[in-house]
Design a protein around this ligand. Sequence first.
Ligand code: ADP
Ligand code: ZN
Ligand code: ZN
Length: 810
Amino acid sequence: MYAQVIIDANHAEVDRVFDYRVPAQWEEEVCVGLRVMVPFGQRNTKREGYVIALTETTEVPAGKIKEIVEILDEGRPILTPSILELAKWMKKEYFCTLNQCLQAVMPAGIRTKSVWYAELTGQTAELSEKEQQMADVLIEQGGAVPLRELEQIFGNRTEYILRCLQEKKVVRLHQKTTRSTYKKEKRYVSLTENEELLIAAKEKAEKDKRLAGQLRVLSAICPGESISVEELKEKATVTDSPIHTLLQKGILVEQRRQEKRDVFQLEDYTPTQPFYPTPEQAQALTLLREEEEKEQKRPVLLHGVTGSGKTEIYMQLIEHVIMAGKQAIVLVPEISLTPQIMERFISRFGKRVSVTHSRLSLGERLDQWRKARDGEISIIIGPRSALFMPFSNLGVIVMDECHESSYISDVTPKYHTREVARKLSELTGALLVMGSATPDIDSYHRAVTGEFLLLQLKERTKGSTLPEVFVTDMRKELEDGNRSAFGLPLQQAIRENLEKGQQTMLFLNRRGYSTFVSCRKCGEALTCPSCNVSYTYHASDKALVCHYCGKEVPVPKTCPSCGSHYIRYFGTGTQKIEEETRRLFPEASVLRMDADTTTGKNGHARILELFGKGKADILIGTQMIAKGHDFPNVTLVGILAADLSLNLGTYQAAETCFQLITQAAGRAGRGELAGRVFIQTYQPENHAIRMAAAQDYEGFYQEEILLRQAMEYPPFSHIFSVLITGEMEQEVILAAQRLGAYMNHYAERAGCTVVGPAPAPLPKFRGEFRWQIFAKGTDADRLKAFVLYTVEQTKKDVSREIRFHLAFLA
Ligand code: ADP
Ligand code: ZN
Ligand code: ZN
């Protein structure tokens, strides 16, 4: 028997698949998905690999075939058949290697780590400047340096310089491997089954006073019992020493048991019963169960206003599914993985549920993975990576807040969780349920056109009304001489709230890095006429840049639409808002939550807990605080600069703005008390602001979809982006232009349109310059082929140090 093994490559950009013979003693054990060690290369270095297929024959000549040398994970496969299939599909879909996909679907930290070192082996006089620099680094650091560290110094050029140095025989690369198992083991002991030995030992210990400790140990253990070493030490009041001696003599026998750590204490939770469903919930549940029983299931979009009882629906559906012996995955955006949502699931499902998230240690996360594999839990809650839990009979995948951008992976493979979840549901027959109060336009369009099953919840369960929403026109405030970030109506409302002892949340709808320029008099943001997206202000050259088509214009002195001089660039930080809040409301206690104040393991949770306990009157934050929290005493929400998200410079800006306002507004009046929301904006007539204020998703969708159609943005086209990066600005620009030229040359034939090239929204990052180019088209496959082809052509013409990052956006 032969196994096709994919070798875990350090440079995961290449897939290496090889045949290995399966030694006779492992024929029973070796299976698809198993992790193995194999000899590799001329020197037969041991490498980790994954069995991806088994065959009876091989084309490798008998004399050349190598054998598997070790099987890992106690012979249990690390990839279930469906997850392996999923990884293969991701490879095709996201233009990357199977290795990169396997890394995404495997539990974090499980791989055999190997660190590559560059080692100095000789000297030669003829080195280029860069080569000499690298050689100097190696000499300074004692002759050998991990490749990682060299990459930090030499960036993208590391590989190239190293190759030159290797050719000149100045440097060689070598590898050290370590395997972390992250297992928590507990030692247990029991009495030997050899009666004679045991009796002899007891008799001896009874006679000799110095062996009193041993005697206590032997009488503390019942025959056939297995007791943990800690417990035994306590019971027999002994130190390690007598136990150690008895173990050595074989009178005690040791077992090591693997412990799977729990990530919560069940005692901390009060069990809850399912609610009697409201009529809307009952109807949705009936349809969900019907869909679940079908052979061919459609993905479901559950569109329900905040507080309409979506989470309760997930829980009742899951109860139904696990009763049938199946399992459930509940995905939540990392940011909203709050203690509150965990509490609701744990209180309902107890030990049948577990949680995984990035604040757990690798070992703890791996233990939850093992629990899923061993059938010890039926439900897992976690961020997008929880999708890859090794359940044997998956019944349902829930994707809560499915519009969230954290569902798009920011590392290769750059997958959209919705698409991968959909594929997994196809492979496993599980039902996919996506829930949101503000679905992305694309998903909603698919639901409206019947590709998804659309279920709607229009009422809040507790009969509590949605909060009252007021829009403050900041242009008027300015006319009236108010230059503060707080309009007068909001100031007034905050004072009232302080008097009543109720809490206030203030949002700055900031996202991304861009600053835009707008007129404070008429509210107009300066916009690229051909792309209909806001220009981004570049402080360094005082220019406005469109990040789609690359058009660059100077900042005008007066507003092109009203002629006023109040042209300002926008961009207020939470810190500035905090200062102003303290100045305006000196009597209030204020908490601020943003990236600066939430560093550390539990920074985020700590601030929320303080606020939840009523330790502060006002909480200021970015969209971070808008998600999933339920603070009953919050009756006022202020959205300070709604325009920040409205002018993001992307075609989804209006959608993002609508979502952020709605999420933020959803925080007000969650309890018994009615809520109020103030939206401050310079563009009150914008449809995203108007419809968000009216809390009318449907209305927003109707207007937005027309704009998308007019501009041929998704869902009426597909968009592909290519990000071009490199250390030398001129080379990057040249490569971007070269790609642009190729694309334009073939565009018409391929039925695609090219937008750009333009500097990326983050034009310089980690020492690299970044440009981007977009291609639009209605046929996704043709579009992909077009981009792949033109990028390959371009690569031939440009410096090897230039990198092209391809992403299918929508
Ligand atoms: P969503 O997930 O849509 O925001 P939730 O599931 O959190 O809504 O429900 C909002 C609140 O209503 C929660 O406090 C929840 O416990 C409660 N709730 C949900 N369903 C019911 C019901 N059928 N009867 C009474 N209360 C309910
Ligand atoms: Zn103006
Ligand atoms: Zn443009």
